[in-house]
Design a binder for this molecule. Structure first.
Ligand code: PEP
Ligand code: MN
Length: 673
C-alpha cells in the first residue's frame, strides 16, 4: 500500500501516519514516488483505509493487489517517462536529454562491447547518424565462458563516455557487481542490469540508490512477476527511473539464441507504468532476423529498442553474429519511422544535420515550465491537437487551451503563446480551410513545423452506457465524416455537432448522460474519466491529421527584438525567419508552404509550375480555393520541397513572384513522414 502525502504535510502528521501503520503490523518506509512524497507500507498488516484517509496530510491511498507495489499500474495509472541526461558538453552548458516512454519510440544502439577507443567512437557516429539517441556498449562483460573477452573495464567506460560526449548522446552500460557502482556512477548516464544479474538483489539495491536511471533486462528464465519484483527492488531503493527490457527467454527452441517474448510487452504495459523496451539482438541472436523482430516489438507497443551494431561485425570480440551492420541499422530506423504513426507514436530521431555537427540529441534540457510561455491549441483536455502538441513539445510543455483556431493565431501574434498548433488537413476528409484562410489574414504568422498524427476514433460514454443505451452522438463534424460507415450501421442515432471531439466527451462527463455518446480519441476518454465503448470506429484505419506548428514571423536580422531568441536557456532556432521549437529546428527545413494566384490568361498556372519543375522542386500538394470577395477567382495552396542545393529555392521564389499574383510565403519547415 502506498500512502500519498499532501504537499503541506508536516513532520508531525507523517509520524502519526507511520505510528498508525506500524501499530497495525506494517513495515513502513518514506519514499519519493514520481512528484509525490509517499509512505510505503508493506507486510501482512491490516488497516482501515477509510480511517487512514482521514489523517491530516494524507492525499490518497493507493492499494494494490500485486506484490510489486511501486511498479504496479494500480498504484500509478499514467505511463512513467524516464529521462536520461548526458553530461553538459555543449557550449551553452546544456546536456543531451533523452526521454523514454509516452508517445515516443527511443532507440539505443551501439556495440555489444567497447573494444577500443576508435571502435566505440566509429560506432557512436554511425548509429547517431542513423538517429539513435542513446549509446550502448559493455565495458564489463558478463560472459558465459571465463576465457571469453571480459571487456575493457573502466578504461572502456571512459572511451564510451568520450564517444557519447562527442556525439551528444547519453550512454548506458552494464554494471556487473555492486563494488563498481560508485566508480561507474560518474561516468555512465544510465546503468544497465544484465539478464544474468536480474535477481542479484544486492546489486539492485545499490544501483537503485545510485541516483541514475536504470535499464533492467529480464532474466532468461524469469517470469514477468519476478521481473517486476526486481524492478520493485530498484524503485524501493530510491530511483523512479526504471526502464524494463525484454531480451528473450530460454525455451526449448534452439534455432534462435533465445525466444523473444512479444506477448510480455502488452502484458507488462498493462501491469506496470514503467516504460518497456526490447533488445531484439540478444533475443534472436541472428543478424538477419533482428530487424523483423525489432519491428514486431514496436508493433506490439514497445517504447523503444536497444540494438547491437558493429561497423565490422566479423571482427567483433563479442556477439558479432547478432550485430547489425550500420547500413542495416539505418534501414531499420527508416522502417521504424514509417511504422511508428500506426501505433500512435513517433520515433525520437536525432536530426541528421545536427548529428554530423555533434549537437544535442533530440532536445536540450526541458524549458523551465514556470517561466516559459505556453503553446496554444484548440480543444478540451485529451484533444487530438493536445497529443500533436505533446509530440512536438513534450508532455511537460506549458499549454494554453483556447476555444477557436482564430484565438490561437491571436495568442501567437500578441505573444501570450510562444507557438500554436493547428490542424490543416485530414487524409480522409481533406483540408481544414478555416486555418488556411487564417494564414492569409495573419501575415505575421508563419509555419514552423508539422506533425502527422494517426487518428483512431472511439465511441465514448458514461460507465453505465452501452451501445444499445445510446440515442445521441456528439462530435466535431470531421469526427462524424471520418466514422461514416460505423454511423450508417446505427441510423436511429441523432448526431449533435460540437466544436471539437474532446469537447463532446467533456460535455458528457459534465452531464453524466447515459443516452449520449461521443466520438473522439481514447486520450479524451482518459482525460475525462469516461469509458471507451468501441475502439477504432473510423472508416479507414489509415486516417491521419496533419498539424502545423505556427509562430510569429520575424525577419532574419530582427532577432535582437525577439525575447525568445535572446533567452540563453532557449534552444530555439531561426529557420526562414521564424521561431521554431528545438525538436523541429535542429535541421534545415526541407518543405515550404505558399499561397498564390495567377493572372487570368492561358498558361499562367503552367508557367508557375514550370518554374518549380525546372528548379527541381517537388510539389506535394496543390489545391485551388475561391478568393474571398472575388467570385469565380481562385488562389492556389501549394506545399513544395526545398532543394538541398544552397540558393536554388530563393531563386525559384524570386522568379515565381514575377509570374504569380499575391504570393504569400507561409513558412519553411521540416516535413514529417
Ligand atoms: C548486453 O546487453 O550487453 C547483454 C549482455 O545483454 P543480456 O544481459 O540481455 O544478455
Ligand atoms: Mn551482447
Amino acid at each position: 500500500m502506498i500512502v500519498v502525502l499532501s504537499s503541506g504535510v508536516t513532520p508531525h502528521d507523517k509520524e502519526l501516519i507511520r505510528i498508525y501503520l506500524r501499530d497495525r503490523g506494517f513495515s513502513v518506509r518514506d519514499q519519493i514516488f514520481g512528484d509525490d512524497e509517499v509512505i510505503g507500507a508493506s507486510g501482512k498488516g491490516v488497516a482501515d483505509l477509510d480511517e487512514l484517509g482521514l489523517f491530516p496530510g494524507v492525499e490518497r491511498i493507493a492499494a494494490t493487489s500485486k506484490p510489486y507495489e511501486l511498479a504496479s499500474r494500480e498504484t500509478k495509472a499514467e505511463d512513467s517517462i524516464v529521462t536520461v541526461l548526458g553530461t553538459p558538453v555543449f557550449a551553452s552548458g546544456a546536456s543531451a536529454l533523452v526521454k523514454i516512454g509516452g508517445s515516443r519510440i527511443t532507440v539505443i544502439a551501439g556495440p555489444c562491447a567497447v573494444e577500443s577507443r576508435g571502435q566505440i567512437r566509429e560506432t557512436a557516429e554511425a548509429v547517431r547518424e542513423s538517429g539513435a539517441v542513446i549509446l550502448r556498449g559493455g565495458a564489463f562483460k558478463p560472459r558465459t565462458s571465463p576465457y571469453a573477452f571480459q571487456g575493457l573495464g573502466m578504461k572502456g567506460l571512459e572511451y564510451m563516455k568520450e564517444a557519447g560526449e562527442a556525439c551528444g548522446m547519453p550512454i548506458v552500460t552494464e554494471v556487473v557487481s555492486p563494488e563498481y557502482v560508485v566508480e561507474m556512477k560518474d561516468l555512465t548516464d544510465m546503468f544497465q542490469i544484465g539478464a544474468r544479474n536480474m535477481q542479484n538483489f544486492s546489486l539492485l539495491k545499490k544501483v537503485g540508490a545510485a541516483g541514475k536511471p536504470v535499464l533492467l533486462k529480464r532474466g532468461p528464465s524469469a517470469t514477468i512477476e519476478e521481473w517486476l519484483l526486481s524492478a520493485e527492488y530498484l524503485l524501493a531503493a530510491g530511483t523512479n527511473d526504471v526502464v524494463l527490457c525484454e531480451r528473450g527467454i530460454r525455451t526449448f527452441e534452439t534455432y534462435t539464441r533465445n525466444t523473444l517474448d512479444i506477448s510480455a510487452i502488452p502484458v507488462v504495459k498493462s501491469l506496470s507504468h514503467l516504460p518497456v523496451i526490447v533488445d531484439p539482438s540478444h533475443a534472436v541472436g541472428i543478424r538477419a532476423k533482428v530487424p523483423p523482430a525489432a519491428l514486431a516489438a514496436i508493433a506490439a507497443g514497445a517504447d523503444g529498442l536497444t540494438v547491437e551494431v558493429h561497423p565490422r561485425p566479423d571482427e567483433a570480440l563479442s556477439d558479432g553474429p547478432q550485430s547489425l551492420m550500420p547500413e542495416q541499422f539505418e534501414k531499420l530506423m527508416r522502417d521504424i519511422e514509417a511504422l511508428a504513426p500506426v501505433v500512435g507514436k513517433e520515433l525520437l530521431r536525432t536530426p541528421r544535420a545536427a548529428a554530423s555537427r555533434g549537437e544535442a540529441a533530440v532536445e536540450l534540457r526541458a524549458p523551465d515550465a514556470e517561466s516559459a510561455r505556453p503553446v496554444a491549441y484548440n480543444g478540451e483536455n485529451g484533444a487530438f491537437a493536445e497529443q500533436a502538441l505533446m509530440r512536438v513539445f513534450g508532455e511537460e510543455a506549458p499549454m494554453l487551451r483556447l476555444q477557436s483556431f482564430k484565438a490561437i493565431f491571436d495568442a501567437v501574434l500578441d505573444g501570450s503563446a510562444c507557438a500554436g498548433i493547428v490542424p490543416v488537413e485530414n487524409s480522409l476528409t481533406g483540408s481544414i480551410h478555416e486555418n488556411y484562410d487564417l494564414f492569409l489574414r495573419y501575415p505575421d504568422i508563419a509555419i514552423a513545423g508539422e506533425v502527422k498524427l494517426r487518428v483512431v476514433h472511439c465511441l465514448i460514454g458514461d460507465e453505465r452506457s452501452n451501445i444499445d443505451s445510446i440515442t445521441i452522438v456528439r462530435s466535431h463534424p470531421q469526427g462524424f465524416a471520418q466514422c461514416r460507415n460505423f454511423l450508417d450501421q446505427h441510423p436511429a442515432w441523432s448526431l449533435e455537432a460540437c466544436n471539437d471531439t474532446a469537447g463532446a466527451v467533456a460535455s458528457i462527463a459534465r452531464e453524466g448522460a447515459v443516452k449520449v455518446a461521443a466520438i473522439a480519441g481514447a486520450a479524451a476518454a482518459r482525460a475525462h474519466g469516461l469509458k471507451v465503448i468501441k475502439e477504432g470506429i473510423e472508416t479507414n484505419p489509415r486516417n491521419y491529421t496533419r498539424f502545423l506548428v505556427i509562430s510569429r514571423k520575424l525577419q532574419v536580422g530582427a532577432r535582437a527584438e525577439n525575447p525568445d531568441a535572446n533567452n540563453a536557456n532557449n534552444a530555439n532556432k531561426w529557420i526562414g525567419g521564424a521561431w521554431v521549437p528545438p525538436s523541429l529546428g535542429s535541421e534545415k527545413p526541407n518543405k515550404a508552404s505558399l499561397v498564390f494566384s495567377v493572372p487570368d490568361k492561358p498558361g499562367s498556372l503552367f508557367a508557375c509550375l514550370k518554374i518549380m519543375a525546372d528548379g527541381g522542386i517537388n510539389l506535394s500538394k496543390l489545391e485551388s480555393r475561391p478568393i474571398q470577395g472575388k467570385p469565380w477567382e481562385y488562389q492556389f495552396y501549394a506545399d513544395i520541397s526545398i532543394p538541398e542545393k544552397e540558393g536554388v529555392f530563393e531563386e525559384v521564389m524570386e522568379e515565381l513572384k514575377t509570374r504569380s499574383e499575391d504570393l504569400s510565403f507561409l513558412g519553411a519547415y521540416r516535413g514529417s513522414l
